[in-house]
Design a protein. Structure first.
Length: 152
């Protein structure tokens, strides 16, 4: 029994020494750590560091939309697609180009007669949100373009 006790004590000492020696090889971090009341020293981390610099939009929003307000409004008037009410201000502020379409926003399909006259972009779809015409990326639900008040 004494031999087993000595062996277990010896193993505990060896494990303890290996843990202590391993911590001495750790990176000292030179004051750039975030623990023990150090806080941020110098630059704050930038969560957009991998994004492009054009207002932090993804690459899928970088193409040009070839539809103006006047053209979209004329298509809506000629087809009789008017009279939609605008979104409430609290919800409307969440509809922003370059961000995902907020959950719970009522979006309607564009009538086929009007959809046939709008430009087609593969991977995107036109939707009616309130009284606005919105182009949305299908894969990510990112709002690519907003043409305001088309359906007043």
């Amino acid at each position: 029994m004494r031999i087993l006790s000595r062996v277990s004590n010896l193993l505990l000492i060896i494990i303890g020494l290996s843990v202590i020696s391993a911590s001495s090889y750790a990176d000292p971090n030179n004051g750039h750590g975030r623990g023990q009341n150090k806080g941020y020293q110098g630059e704050k981390p930038n969560k957009w560091h991998n994004k492009s610099q054009n207002n932090h939009f993804d690459n899928e929003t970088s193409f040009s939309i070839s539809l103006s307000y006047n053209e979209a409004r004329a298509i809506a008037l000629n087809g009789g697609f008017t009279g939609y009410s605008s979104l409430p201000p609290g919800i409307a502020k969440n509809l922003v180009r370059g961000k995902p379409l907020p959950p719970g926003i009522a979006k309607k399909m564009v009538p086929e007669k009007m959809l046939n006259q709008l430009p087609y972009y593969p991977g995107y779809e036109w939707r009616i949100v309130g009284n606005d015409l919105v182009l949305i990326a299908l894969s990510t639900a990112i709002v690519t373009s907003i043409i305001n008040n088309v359906f007043d």
